[in-house]
Ligand binder design. Sequence first.
Ligand SMILES: [Zn+2]
Length: 102
Amino acid sequence: MEKKQSIAIEIALQTQVLKTCPIHRQIYFDDDADAASAFALAIELVRKQKPYVEEFHHDEHELMDLLSDTLSATPLCCPDCLGGLASLRERGGLVESVLEGR
Ligand SMILES: [Zn+2]
């Protein structure tokens, strides 16, 4: 996995927006989580110039975009728990509404 994407995933995991299935170790998007908290943390890390996000060269927009892409690409439930039926629908709209609300 690309390092930048793994940073975005880490941020989402830290804010509990993405969760890891304890059984399958698959990452999924928590529908009840506040996705805005992941974006808020991402902005904070970049603005404080944390070494953790230096890959982004203080470009918070790049991190926002990647985080947004990552969240919309992640299934709503562990795909293995659901037998691969996880749906990606309704996700694009959710992430967009979070971004618009900033
Ligand atoms: Zn699972």
